[in-house]
Write a protein that binds this ligand. Structure first.
Ligand SMILES: *[C@@H]1O[C@H](CO)[C@@H](O)[C@H](O)[C@H]1NC(C)=O
Ligand SMILES: *[C@@H]1O[C@H](CO)[C@@H](O)[C@H](O)[C@H]1NC(C)=O
Length: 267
């Protein structure tokens, strides 16, 4: 009885993870390298400094800052592939604070390159050029997922096909990117995940500077959470902390339903 309950709870918890996140040992090593310049961002009544460094994103959960990963990766490397393999690289953010931009299942698209040959990403067709992290103030940690997908054949996809994978996206500036149906994209293009890395970033000086100077956000909003400015709301709508709480309560609710039905059946 106890083991049944544990199994049910585990299954529920697992089913709550993004369905498109690859699991287990993947056969191909994929990594990205970023070269961060030394920078100073003068915003929010202070100077944010960024040191120069080279970052390798070769595992999951590599800690980076948006400023350090703002420019295109200096290298993307695929090792351990068979000759003749063709690949797609997909990068998404499921942690956007707005449900109109991205959700766990339908995240925001940040990069898409198809038809990669010779294990050389520069041979591919760029359908969505790399867009670096821009996690808004008070939206917590964002995990940026990179999937290396093996193609069954050359893909005839073009940029014009991308809106077909974002049917729920209504933001005119984000059609083809927001609420991107990753699972649908993978299955309808006969793709197989073979490599996977992630990097984690939260708001930094670069982001605050960019929101004030390039996106017209007020300084009060862009600087929220810093000393001298308003604190972050405790659980902003759609924030990852709120998402966790919502999904936890959903898991608990379904678990209790099942536990009661199991007890009922067993009795
Ligand atoms: C940031 O640094 C620059 C250059 O040193 C300086 O002119 C400016 O006053 C500083 N800004 C703040 C808010 O300290
Ligand atoms: C993908 O490769 C195929 C075969 O080489 C080609 O016909 C097609 O145009 C390519 N797609 C893109 C978007 O470049």
């Amino acid at each position: 009885m106890l083991s049944t309950l544990i199994t049910i709870t585990t299954l529920l918890a697992l089913s709550n993870a993004q369905s498109w996140v690859p699991s287990g040992d993947l056969p191909v090593d994929f990594s990205l390298t970023f070269s961060a310049p030394e920078m100073v961002y003068d915003v929010c009544n202070r100077n944010f400094t960024q040191s120069a460094r080279t970052i390798s994103v070769a595992t999951t959960n590599v800690a980076v800052t948006p400023g350090e990963t703002a420019n295109d990766p200096t290298a993307m490397t695929i090792t351990g592939a068979s000759s003749g393999d063709m690949f797609t690289i997909l990068m998404v953010d499921p942690d956007t604070p707005s449900a109109e931009v991205g959700t766990t299942e339908k995240p925001l698209l940040h990069m898409l390159i198809t038809n990669i040959t010779n294990a050389d990403p520069s041979t591919g067709a760029v359908l969505n050029a790399y867009g670096g992290p821009m996690p808004p103030p008070c939206s917590g940690d964002h995990t940026y997922h990179y999937l290396l997908l093996k193609q069954a054949a050359a893909l005839s996809l073009t940029v014009d096909d991308l809106p077909g994978f974002t049917p729920d996206c209504t933001n005119p500036g984000l059609i083809g990117r927001c609420l991107f149906e990753v699972a649908n994209f993978i299955s309808s293009n006969q793709l197989t995940p073979v490599g996977y890395v992630t990097m984690v970033a939260s708001t930094d000086g670069y982001v605050r500077y960019g929101y004030v100077n390039d996106r017209g956000m007020s300084e009060a909003d862009s600087c929220r959470g810093l000393d001298g400015y308003d604190p972050c709301p405790t659980a902003p709508p759609g924030s990852s902390s709120e998402k966790v709480m919502v999904s936890m309560s959903a898991v608990m609710a379904s678990a209790w339903c099942l536990i009661f039905s199991v007890i009922f059946v067993l009795n």
